[in-house]
Ligand binder design. Structure first.
Ligand SMILES: Nc1ncnc2c1ncn2[C@@H]1O[C@H](COP(=O)(O)OP(=O)(O)OP(=O)(O)O)[C@@H](O)[C@H]1O
Ligand SMILES: [Mg+2]
Length: 255
């Protein structure tokens, strides 16, 4: 028996382009750099995590593992970085849902959590899941598995309705869980100190949501790093992005 506490964090928003992948990659990297044995899971069929870290696309990934076509060992990329294993999306993630759509509602929803039970011996301390931007059976599976939720919200006017949608999705998932998923907080992203819109929206978020995480400023290095397959800490450790994600990781007690 082990007393180790595994934290499973899902980075999710029912909206595209708000910084989910950037957050998942850099938070996982921060945890790994702090010496925590970390697994980063790309649960978005777009497969951006692998590309962001410069991994070659041949690994079978989550798709094959979830479909029971491959063992975890053959699906995961070991030591993508020190202390960091990565489970890429895999080529067929979009189609995996079809394989178990005919199963009963309980089985359908708990498939991912069931597969994770087999990972007890891997010794992970932190699992970070990068989520797809739209509601799906896969996302229901993630909300069933995860212990904590981070909700990135890009500071523009379309964020609020998307946040409400995400909150509702979590509420529905909670109704089917033993213990409710813990919302770590809303994460303001693309924070631009020069614009009034950004500041006003941050104020609105603070009024509407109790937990607001330490914001991520808009920073060109965050957009450049994945294009050369690097985390923000590898790309430019003194950039605003690196500073903000390091702070966030501390805020979340991951580093
Ligand atoms: N704080 C930031 N400042 C500047 N650019 C950013 C920032 N965060 C993310 N980006 C860039 O914005 C784009 C969208 O970010 P990202 O891919 O993380 O969003 P996403 O929510 O995962 O999108 P999708 O819904 O398509 O998966 C990317 O090109 C990323 O590099
Ligand atoms: Mg993404």
């Amino acid at each position: 028996m082990t007393t180790r506490r595994l934290r499973v964090l899902a980075v999710s928003a029912l909206k595209g382009g708000v910084g989910k992948t950037t957050t998942a990659v850099n938070l996982a990297a921060a945890a790994a750099r702090a010496g925590r044995r970390t697994l980063l899971v790309d649960a978005d069929p777009q497969g951006s995590v692998g590309t962001s870290l410069g991994l070659s696309p041949e690994a079978r990934g989550l798709a094959a593992w979830l479909a029971k076509d491959a063992a975890f060992d053959a699906s995961v990329v070991r030591a993508a970085r020190e202390n960091l294993d990565v489970l890429p999306a895999g080529e067929r993630l979009l189609h995996v849902e079809d394989l178990y759509r005919e199963k009963g509602p309980e089985k359908r929803r708990t498939r991912l959590a069931k597969r994770f039970e087999a990972l007890d011996d891997e010794g992970y301390e932190v699992v970070v899941l990068d989520c797809p931007p739209a509601a799906s059976l896969l996302l229901e599976n993630i909300y069933h598995l995860a212990g904590e939720l981070i909700l990135p919200a890009k500071l523009d006017f379309l964020s609020l309705p998307a946040l409400e949608k995400t909150r509702l999705f979590a509420k529905e998932a909670n109704a089917l869980r033993e213990k409710p998923i813990r919302v770590d907080g809303v994460l303001p992203t693309f924070y631009d100190l020069r614009t009034a819109v950004s500041t006003e929206l941050l104020e609105t978020l603070r009024e509407r949501f109790t937990k607001i995480l330490s914001p991520i400023r808009i920073n060109v290095a965050l957009a450049e790093a994945p294009s050369v397959g690097k985390t923000i800490f590898e790309f430019d450790g003194s950039s605003r992005g690196a500073v903000d994600y390091a702070l966030l990781a501390e805020d979340l007690k991951l580093a």
